[in-house]
Design a protein around this ligand. Sequence first.
Ligand code: PLP
Length: 469
Amino acid sequence: MRRRLWQQVADAVEQYHADMPGLSVAPQSGVDEVRARLDRFDPSAPLDPESAIRLVVEGLRSDQLHAAHPGYFGLFVPAPSAIGILADALAAGFNPQLASWGHAPFAVEAEQWVLRTLATRLGYPSPRIEGTLTSGGSEANLTGLMAALYHTWPSARESGVSILPGTPTLYLSEEAHDSWRKAARMAGLGDRALRIVPCDRQTRMDVVALSRLLAADRRQGLLPFLIVGTVGATASGGVDPLPALSALARREGVWLHADAAWGGAAALSPRHAAAVEGLDGADSMTLDPHKWLNVPMGAGVYLSRRPGGLRRVFHTVPRYLPASPAGAPIAEPYQESPQWSRRFSGLKILLTLVTAGWEGVAGAIDRAFDLAATLRAALPPRGWIICNHTPLPVICFQDASRPGDLRHHERLVAGVIQRGRSWVSLALVGGSEPAIRACMTNYRTTEQHLSVLLEDLEIARTAGGGMPG
Ligand SMILES: *Cc1c(COP(=O)(O)O)cnc(C)c1O
């Protein structure tokens, strides 16, 4: 029976991925239809597992944005590789408890291996590093904020930040990710702790403006403790100037965290590492393997070159856990993470690294850069203006005949999506300039899918041309 169910699940996943190119990238499910599917579920009348799984598979196939489609040029959701999917099944099947070394020596050491291996490749001075696997970039960013906060004011760990003689403040660009707002709120600092720095015309943090703001804030009695360098801004792909930021952070005595959730992967490609130069100079960083390393969702990484920061925030000794084994120093994940019980999310990263190898990993990254170069070259001759400047493979562009027209670009995006062959989104570059955003996320995307996108853009523009703006 169990074997048959495994077979059913494996077949459903294989079939889904095999059918992917022919599916409409964004199905138009209405909320009523989706809820109607769930009306068939009733715990008072249990279903046999086969039927229950079949209903779930039907729902997932029909009612989701197929981000693994080669025509998805979207928000960093990659196609999960087969090895990543299998790794998640293994993690569930063996279900190691990643809270403590004693419960899962192999899994804990395997995650430490992942952290050291990535850190070394990214230029951190392994083994003088520490890190933790996270649910994603948001948790890694929160971890960085907390590490910086208690590094700066160790006594706040016991007394809380209310004993400080001012508001702890952090500095990030206007293009930075909104998870920092959540992190500031969860840390009890509040929205006002976020100091937003303007960007230059390449959507990179303006370092002169940052340095002026820091000085003015200090005069006002605010307490700067953290600069966030964004490496691959979500909308525009902007990369903050990390070498200048780390020099300034050192002079100011504040922590530098590189939010390299998506863009950091470029450092794993020898051809493109220069695009994210200076990543290794940050005190800590966020990297999301579930973005550009093609593993299924639920895999983020926090890394730091300042060992001790994690334990300062998360260390605690409960009464009910067996003592750590004596001997070589070991990682106790529950003492180094906001999570306690935790799944083996490092396994899908480990199996990806050891089967693809550095060459395979870099190959997928390089492909995205090559595709972006092709699209960047193809757009201007067809009457599109490229309006972002980034070395990373995300392109924002406007219709040259109606630049600045928000409604027009909304209609173009909707028109492309409606045809079902490609998915792009609308972005406001620099906070105000409406643009169509296409990001290379899928290692199965080819030049042919770029041609389809260009064709559907043209159709949308022609169809919308006569409409009043
Ligand atoms: C995606 C992203 C995040 C949030 O990461 P999640 O994995 O979605 O929690 C934070 N910062 C940047 C720059 C990102 O690209």
